[in-house]
Design a protein around this ligand. Structure first.
Ligand code: NAD
Length: 495
């Protein structure tokens, strides 16, 4: 550990992590002087007091981003590469600090936080490489009478709103491509987990970030702080990751100024296991797809659909693995399942499990709160979950497996598609043609075919239906921050 966090006997302390607002290259207090507490969900104790921005602070951040926009857009791509690449290196140098910080403010086990550091940093490296490869086009018109040049320009100042569940990666997935494209950014992280983003901004500062190019405002009043930013015509892009209801409300606000938008919203992932699946691998993947991040992932398997011939064996094998999970503080050695983010999350898991049981599901294991300080819910398996149960239509965001059985491929696909969401699906089968049919018929932006984790900076992450608009990662990710300008010229050979 270096200058940010100390882990000793499972107790983590935060030193040197900025707690102010990052505006125009400097740290400052909120204009009203307000602060709010950040809590460790594994104990409920306050770990830091962070500046509580007002709308005026957010507008100062937007002013800074607007002032820096033209110079940043004109910066050589190699300079943008250098900044992102230096920050990538700094993130790795501070991997232990960032991991401890994420575990501290979000609760997941340290090993998973370390995994997020690697994943989150990758967006900085990937988009540093994209910065120097932004393309254009030169075409002859179909009539042969003219030539078109198509050039790419940064869309302009960006407002980025991020959720609490992946405090580092959800920020880098937006800041990386925005800065690479030549856009300046104001980020508003979730108030439950602001410290990681603040520390990331500090690493950008140390890497040589020009003033105003990246700004961070932390607040407990996301709506009041965001509204004037979104209403300001100088803002040109909104990128949001979070729940579908909030995303939908933000889209309405963004409509007033016809903002370019990217929306990474909620999920309700099906995980299909067919009779011909490799059972052991399917169980391994199911554990990852369900319990990674304490189940608090938009990609978390929410609805398990298991074909009748393998269902008993799958349910028994999965339950045995679930019962091996060790609940505890994320900082404790051996912990494989941390606390949920807050009391509301525990209440939600409990309510969904109770509802499913009332409607006829079998509670195989778990199904209760854990009596210890912090906000814990037992790893739970429900089998024979009945149609109409809330758990089938609601994003659980907790460590609860919900199994429903199906007979035929058609029935499995129909059940999987029976949701407003379409972020990701998982399927286990040894029949490749079936896998191809699933890829063509499942209503999803991503499919994990015989694998339980798909996230990778090199590939396009995003959903269909109510799960969102646009893609993050891959070469597609930078397009979200660019716009095409088409220039028509006469045929240079015509007299
Ligand atoms: P949330 O929608 O409650 O909050 C997300 C962010 O929006 C936070 O920063 C919050 O402060 C802010 N916010 C809330 N109301 C706002 C308003 N009126 N105006 C402006 N900002 C506002 O979501 P959450 O609980 O932080 O995150 C969990 C959700 O995020 C889940 O639905 C999950 O599926 C989704 N998620 C999606 C992806 C993806 O890539 N599709 C990734 C991670 C999380």
């Amino acid at each position: 550990m270096s200058d940010t966090t100390t882990v000793s006997d499972g107790v983590v302390t935060v030193d040197g992590v900025p707690t102010g607002l990052f505006v125009d290259g400097d740290w400052r207090q909120a204009s009203g002087g307000g602060t709010f507490p950040v809590r460790d969900p594994s104990t409920g104790t306050v770990i830091a007091e962070v500046a509580d921005a007002t709308a005026d602070d957010a507008m100062a951040a937007l002013d800074a981003a607007v002032a820096a926009q033209d110079d940043w857009a004109a910066t050589p791509p190699r300079t943008r590469y250098d900044l992102l690449r230096r920050t990538f290196d700094l993130v790795h140098e501070h991997a232990d600090d960032l991991a401890a910080l994420m575990t501290l403010e979000m609760g997941k086990p340290l090993a998973e936080s370390r995994g997020e550091v690697v994943y989150g940093a990758e967006f900085l490296r990937w988009f540093s490489e994209e910065a120097v490869r932004i393309g254009g086009d030169y075409r002859t018109n179909p009539e042969g009478t003219g030539r078109a040049i198509v050039l790419k320009r940064p869309v302009g100042p960006v407002y980025a709103i991020t959720p609490w569940n992946f405090p580092l990666a959800m920020a880098t997935r937006k800041i990386g491509p925005a800065l690479a494209a030549g856009c300046t950014v104001v980020v508003k992280p979730a108030d439950l987990t602001p410290l990681t983003t603040l520390f990331l901004a500090e690493l950008f500062r140390r890497a040589g970030l020009p003033h105003g190019v990246l700004n961070v405002v932390t607040t407990t009043d996301a709506k009041a702080v965001s509204e004037p930013v979104l209403a300001d015509p100088r803002l040109r892009k909104l990128t949001f990751t979070g729940s579908t209801p909030v995303g939908s409300a933000l889209l309405k606000q963004a409509a007033d100024n016809v903002l370019k938008t990217s929306m990474e919203l909620g999920g309700n992932a099906p995980l299909l296991v067919f009779d011909d699946a490799d059972l052991d691998r399917a169980v391994d993947a199911a554990m990852l797809a369900k319990f990674r991040n304490v189940g608090e992932a938009c990609t978390a398997a929410n609805r398990f659909f298991v074909q009748e011939g393998i269902a008993d064996a799958f349910s028994a094998a999965l339950t045995a693995r679930v019962e091996e999970l060790r609940i505890g503080r994320g900082t404790e050695d051996g912990t494989t399942l941390g606390p949920l983010i807050d009391e509301r999350a525990v209440d939600k898991a409990a309510r969904l499990v109770d509802d499913a049981v009332e409607r006829g599901a079998r509670l195989v294991t778990g199904g209760h709160r854990i009596d210890r300080p912090g906000t814990y819910y037992a790893a739970t398996v429900l089998d024979d979950v009945q149609p109409g149960s809330d758990i089938l239509s609601t994003e659980i965001f907790g460590p609860v497996v919900s199994i429903t059985r199906f007979a035929t491929e058609d029935e499995g696909i129909r059940m999987a598609n029976d949701t407003e969401f379409g972020l990701i699906a998982y399927a286990y089968t040894s029949d490749f043609a079936r896998g191809q049919r699933l890829a063509e018929r499942l209503e999803t932006g991503m499919l994990g075919l015989n694998t339980g984790v798909v996230s990778n900076a090199a590939f396009p992450f995003g959903g269909v239906k109510a799960s969102g608009l646009g893609r993050e990662g891959s070469h597609e990710g930078i397009e979200e921050y660019l716009e095409s300008v088409y220039v028509l010229t006469p045929d240079p050979f015509a007299g």
